[in-house]
Design a protein around this ligand. Structure first.
Ligand code: IDP
Length: 143
C-alpha cells in the first residue's frame, strides 16, 4: 500500500473544547504523521469555497456559520492508506451512527457540529490540501 496524504480539519467545536492535542494524539497513535498544520479562522468566502459541493443543500448556511464561528486547525496527514484510515478514525458523519472509539463518537455533539473533517478520496485530498497549503508548507517526514 502506497504512502498517501489526506487533508483534515479540527472543527470550531473541537477547538473550543480544547481537544486539538487529543485529536492529534489519535492521528499519531494510528501511525498517521502530521506533515503540515496551522490554525486559521475561516472567512465566509473560504468556508463557502471549501464546501462548494454542498452549496445547494439545506444545511449549507448553517455549515458555513458553524465553520466560521471560531478558529480551526487544518492539517495534512501522511501514511499508508491515509485517506481511508483517517475516515475510520473519524467515524460516521452523524455521531449517533459513529462506531465507539471514533473521534466523532467520543467528541462530536451532533451532525452539524461533528468535530472533524477528513477528505473522502485521494482526489479530494489533493484539492483540499492545495486549498490551504502551498507545496513548501508540506514537510515530508523522512526520519
Ligand atoms: P463528511 O464530513 O463526513 O465527509 P459530508 O457529507 O461531506 O460529510 O458533509 C460535510 C459536512 O456537512 C458534515 O461533516 C456536516 O458537518 C455537514 N452535514 C452533512 N450532512 C448534514 C445534514 O444532514 N445536516 C446538517 N449538517 C450536515
Amino acid at each position: 500500500m502506497a504512502i498517501e496524504r489526506t487533508f483534515s480539519i479540527v472543527k470550531p467545536d473541537a477547538v473550543a473544547k480544547n481537544l486539538i492535542g487529543a485529536i492529534y494524539g489519535r492521528f499519531e497513535s494510528a501511525g498517521l504523521k502530521i506533515v503540515a498544520s496551522k490554525m486559521v479562522h475561516l472567512s465566509r468566502e473560504q468556508a463557502e469555497g471549501f464546501y462548494a459541493e454542498h452549496s445547494e443543500r439545506p444545511f449549507f448556511k448553517a455549515l458555513v456559520d458553524f465553520m466560521t464561528s471560531g478558529p480551526v486547525m487544518v492539517q495534512v496527514l501522511e501514511g499508508e492508506d491515509a485517506v481511508r484510515r483517517n475516515r475510520e478514525i473519524m467515524g460516521a458523519t452523524n455521531p449517533a451512527d459513529a462506531l465507539a472509539g471514533t473521534l466523532r463518537a467520543d467528541y462530536a455533539d451532533s451532525i452539524d457540529e461533528n468535530a472533524v473533517h477528513g477528505s473522502d478520496a485521494p482526489e479530494s485530498a489533493a484539492r483540499e490540501i492545495a486549498y490551504f497549503f502551498s507545496d513548501e508548507e508540506v514537510c515530508p517526514r523522512t526520519r
